[in-house]
Design a protein around this ligand. Structure first.
Ligand code: SF4
Length: 395
């Protein structure tokens, strides 16, 4: 498995697959084609279906410049992944200089060529939870120790992740007004935060913090993928509330982020964290599993209880569709992040009532998630062609 650093990416929202990945691809193509006089970019499949709402065209135009045309071709499905984009560069006479087909596979990661990850590295030798649990049991170490054993330098990066998550929540808690786009969605984080100030009820702070991070994402601000932009509010919802209330130290919370990162990495490696590939079970479902493992770790759960907490969270998101209204990462995404923060805490508490023994392993549920994603109709995988995306909204 690759480094946890590749899971927690710091960058602009609203979508890791639709903005961060395409931006990275556009930067690479531009660097290879410095002498080009114009560009054309075709967006295929899900990138084309929800690209406008996710601001894909904007990020490409901002990167390549004004001599660029972007075409939306939702009916063209490329073989490797639904999020495909193709770059073309031209000289002064309009002669084709270069072309590049690339896939944005979620979490800001891009893939160049069939099945070949562009920059995937084997930082972790063990790729499934059963092996990791056995290894940790044999050595009598925690999952956090295991992360440190594999990535000695991870703590300084997670310090940056922590700082960015806190600052993202703080930014969102004070803002008012509507989010960009035709839905005119009202920001709600500040309202929830004011309720917290009145009541001192930590649940309201968790809701407010998750809403704040997700609203910042919808506004295109800098967020941390955890594991994606669309699901970037779940972990900060808990992280900020626990930090603000002084329940855990920064060091403890960063350790929790390491454990959560390990869980997210397992899903990313063995299944997918892309809404276009497996639906929202791979985004908010995985974020909930990560947050639940973090919460369990903070509560000094055993490794088996932590594995159980993550498993329950993912199991009970199986089949969750990705069908954002008008393609904007707003409805249902923002509310879903807030509710998932609370669910993660419940899953952790549930697992900690047990000795960690349970029937479905985390490895099995990851496989089930991948298969469920394959079986889901395309309408429910970030195309905005079905489900909630077809609903009539109350005005
Ligand atoms: S519904 Fe879920 S997967 Fe789809 S855009 Fe929203 S957060 Fe991402």
């Amino acid at each position: 498995m690759d480094s946890i650093k590749k899971l927690y990416r710091i960058g602009n929202g609203p979508s890791s697959s639709h903005t961060m990945g395409p931006k990275k691809a556009a930067d690479i193509f531009l660097a290879k084609n410095k002498d080009a006089k114009s560009f054309k970019v075709n967006l295929y499949g899900s990138l084309a279906s929800t690209g406008k709402g996710h601001l894909t065209d904007k990020v490409i135009l901002d990167t390549l410049g004004k001599n660029t045309t972007v075409s939306f071709l939702p009916d063209v499905i490329k073989p490797f992944h639904h999020n495909a984009l193709e770059f073309f560069s031209y000289d002064l006479e309009g002669k084709l200089m270069d072309r590049w087909l690339v896939y944005s596979i979620g979490g800001g990661e891009i893939v160049d060529g069939a099945n070949k990850y562009s920059d995937d590295q084997e930082v972790y030798k063990l790729n499934c939870m059963a092996d990791i649990l056995k290894y940790c049991e044999d050595k009598n170490i925690s999952l956090y120790d295991y992360v440190l054993e594999n990535e000695e330098d991870i703590m300084s990066y997670l310090d940056q992740v922590f700082t960015q998550m806190i600052s993202c929540v703080e930014g969102g808690l004070v803002k008012e007004g509507t989010l960009p786009g035709p839905l005119h969605v009202n920001r709600r984080a500040k309202v929830a935060y004011n309720k917290y100030i009145e009541t001192k009820d930590i649940d309201k702070l968790i809701f407010a913090s998750a809403l704040a991070a997700s609203e910042e994402n919808a506004n295109g601000e800098v967020v941390v993928t955890a594991p994606t932009c669309g699901s970037c509010g779940v972990i900060p919802g808990i992280l900020y509330a626990y930090f603000r209330r002084g329940l855990y130290t920064k060091k403890e919370l960063i350790e929790g982020l390491a454990v959560a990162g390990l869980i997210g990495n397992l899903v990313k490696h063995n299944a997918s964290i892309s809404g276009a590939e497996v639906g929202c079970q791979g985004e908010v479902g995985v974020a909930c599993a990560m947050a639940s493992s973090m919460d369990a770790y903070l509560h000094k759960a055993t490794n088996k209880q932590i594995e159980y907490a993550a498993e329950i969270a993912l199991e009970h998101h199986l089949g969750m569709t990705c069908d954002p209204v008008l393609g904007y990462v707003q409805i249902p995404c923002i509310e879903r992040n807030a509710l998932s923060s609370k669910t993660a805490i419940d899953c952790s508490e549930y697992a900690r009532m047990t000795d960690g023994q349970h029937y479905v392993s985390l490895d099995s549920v990851i496989q089930s998630m991948a298969q469920t994603g394959k079986d889901l109709k395309e309408a429910y995988k970030e195309t905005s062609l079905g489900g909630l995306a077809k609903t009539t909204l109350n005005k």
